[in-house]
Design a binder for this molecule. Structure first.
Ligand code: HEM
Ligand code: HEM
Length: 165
């Protein structure tokens, strides 16, 4: 059998995953969706700082809560992403077979690392800053937009490959 035919058959087979496989394949979508909601809350916390620094409004910034929930969010996104890759490798025997959904990792990962490193740098080296918080906030906002796009393409992948619709 040609490699292409073999791959097509493998995909067809996995368009009808059994219950156990479905249970495993739903973990990544749920984890990433819940984490995206958490990210929106962390953004809301960050908005308090933004108003203070750039709009000179009086506002509250829950610094510790932002730092810890921000860290949890970025780490969960990271583990969710690796988990998605592992599931695709285990059940569909390849990498990046979900097309753009998987390939967006190339933009998502560097932004995620930047959010984490810049956040921890500002947390551990506290001083009055304007530009770095702005870059940090914008990069993380971009991550949230990307995550929402991932939900759109991810839902398509779930319908096509897991539900077989
Ligand atoms: C989903 C993840 C995150 C989002 C959406 C986010 C968003 C933001 C936003 C919008 C600001 C205000 C920026 C400004 O005033 O221009 C901010 C500030 C800040 N963030 Fe985050 N952040 C995230 C993750 C993190 C993490 C993981 C850390 C640290 C470990 C962190 C630490 C900080 C600190 C310390 C500031 C204040 C910096 C300063 O005013 O000097 N953030 N963040
Ligand atoms: C932060 C957002 C997300 C990122 C960075 C992400 C990333 C990834 C990556 C890298 C893969 C492996 C792709 C491959 O090798 O072809 C994957 C698989 C998958 N993603 Fe996502 N994803 C995200 C959110 C979502 C959401 C919200 C959904 C569904 C609503 C979803 C549905 C899927 C599905 C169904 C798979 C196949 C593997 C599995 O079900 O575990 N993803 N994702």
């Amino acid at each position: 059998m040609s490699p292409l035919r073999c791959y097509e058959n493998s995909l067809k087979r996995h368009r009808n995953p059994n219950n156990e496989e479905r249970n495993m394949l739903i973990i990544h979508p749920i984890l990433q969706s819940v984490t995206t909601l958490l990210a929106l809350y962390v953004l809301l916390l960050g908005a308090g700082r933004f108003r203070r620094l750039h709009l000179r409004q009086r506002s509250l910034f829950k610094w510790q809560r932002h730092v810890w929930l921000g860290t949890v969010t970025l780490l969960l996104w990271f583990f969710g992403l690796v988990f998605g890759l592992v599931m695709v490798k285990v059940y569909w025997h390849g990498f990046f077979i979900t097309g753009n959904h998987g390939k967006r990792l190339v933009i998502f990962l560097p932004l995620l690392l930047f959010g984490l490193i810049s956040g921890w740098y500002m947390h551990t080296h506290k001083k009055k800053r304007i530009i770095l918080p702005l870059i940090h906030g914008s990069a993380n906002l971009l991550l949230i937009i990307l995550a929402l796009l991932q939900a759109k393409t991810g839902w398509q992948v779930y319908k096509d490959f897991v539900l077989g619709q």
